[in-house]
Ligand binder design. Structure first.
Ligand SMILES: Cc1c2[nH]c(c1CCC(=O)O)Cc1[nH]c(c(CCC(=O)O)c1C)Cc1[nH]c(c(CCC(=O)O)c1C)Cc1[nH]c(c(C)c1CCC(=O)O)C2
Length: 367
């Protein structure tokens, strides 16, 4: 097995640090850009590689994860960062739950959590190295194979988003089963959120030890909470994760930027900008200038073109990108979409998006 020959040290020197500099609010020649779900089904080479293979089997193969991660920034587009191919639902699996990826349906838990007693079925002490060591191996291998071209981002789902999946048993429009817990079983909800937080902290630290150069926390289901529930059931755990990870990293003299992306959590923007994350990711419902005002220069911002704008002709994409860059400014900014790419998107238009970010931002920087 190839990855056995790679250890998490002596990594190749980083050649393009624009993404890391932007995370820290430092000047860059161009605005760095990457896309959520950049390794994905919109690419023919991705579909070909994934064909006939089980999704989570693929996630458990470091060589496969490495290949899928590298397909994008190394071979297709001049992205300024790579994100490791994996999934947020590997954590519920590590805690003892069965999760399958069902074609046409998405992630499915055959036995979701129903009542607070079901928490007893979860592993009380997760051995993260044993259960998720395959992700760490994938990160180490990929960081070596990237050869310093761009930095490698590790990631996790946030506690509320994972809790929602574990109770809903899959995707949902209302999240009413999971929200029922918040209103009916607040104590059990906090217990589960705390269990998840503990695993997530160890998991993120393991990713850094394996070679991740930045970390993104996905609170994809922030939008179904209101401001009050967000304050109680999401924000404290997001803060806890950043603080604990940073405290540990500081002890070993490491500085790894963290990004929080709370989709549709516009009501929480001020709070998120004061939650120990260097970068706040934004979905497309937030106006760039107002996001800058509301976050008061405390953080870098990432986002937020409507993914559907990629259905527009290339010239229109270029105009939309120019406006977005003018709104955010070129400093302390990482261009991205407001959520992941969809499978029917044209790779050529993704290329046009990347090129527009690089070209327009270089121009704006010369002004
Ligand atoms: C909610 C969530 C999941 N997974 C993830 C999130 C958070 C981000 C978000 O809000 O979208 C995170 C994720 N999933 C994947 C990545 C890899 C890195 C990247 O962004 O390129 C990342 C960062 C690969 C993947 N994860 C998945 C795919 C597509 C399935 C495949 O490759 O067969 C990929 C590339 C599957 C997945 N996994 C999940 C869903 C909803 C789906 C789509 C199901 C469907 O549309 O059928 C859970």
């Amino acid at each position: 097995m190839i990855f056995c020959f790679f250890s998490p040290k002596d990594f190749p020197k980083l050649k393009n640090d624009a993404f890391l500099r932007a995370c820290h609010g430092q000047e860059t020649n161009h605005v760095p850009v990457w896309c959520m779900r950049q390794a994905g089904r919109y690419l023919p080479e991705f579909r070909e590689f994934r064909a006939g293979k089980d999704f989570f089997e693929t996630c458990r193969s470091p060589a496969a994860c490495c290949e899928l991660t590298l397909q994008v920034p190394l071979r297709r587009f001049p992205f300024d960062a790579a994100i490791i191919f994996s999934d947020i639902l590997v954590i519920p699996q590590a805690m003892g739950m069965d999760v399958q990826m069902v074609a046409g349906k998405g992630p499915t838990f055959p036995e979701p959590l129903k009542e607070p007693e079901d928490l007893l079925l979860l592993q009380p002490k997760v051995d993260v190295n044993k259960e998720l060591g395959y992700v760490f191996k994938a990160i180490t291998l990929t960081r070596h194979k990237l050869d310093g071209k761009v930095p490698l981002i590790g990631f996790t789902g946030a506690p509320w988003t994972l809790m929602a999946y574990m109770i809903e048993g899959g995707g949902s429009t209302t999240h009413s089963k999971a929200k029922r817990w918040l209103y009916r079983h607040p104590e059990a909800s906090h217990k589960l959120l705390k269990m998840l937080t503990d695993v997530i902290v160890v998991y993120l630290l393991g990713q850094v030890a394996a070679g991740a150069q930045a970390l993104q926390v996905f609170e994809s289901h922030a939008g179904c909470l209101g401001p009050v529930e967000f304050q109680e059931f999401s924000l404290p755990y997001l803060r806890d994760i950043a603080r604990k990870v940073k405290d540990q990293l500081k002890e070993s003299g490491q500085d790894v930027p963290m990004i929080v992306f709370a989709k549709d959590g516009h009501y929480g923007l001020e709070d998120l900008s004061q939650s120990h994350y260097e970068v706040v990711g934004l979905d497309w419902t937030i106006d760039p200038r107002s996001a800058r005002e509301r976050t008061g220069g405390k953080v870098s911002l990432q986002g937020n073109m409507d993914p559907c704008a990629l259905y527009a002709p290339k010239e229109r994409i270029s105009e939309i990108v120019k406006k977005m860059l003018e709104g955010f400014g070129t400093r302390g900014y990482i261009a991205n979409l407001g959520h992941g790419l969809y499978p029917d998107m044209d790779p050529e238009n993704v290329g046009a998006f990347v090129e527009a970010v690089h070209t327009h931002s270089r121009h704006l920087n010369l002004k």
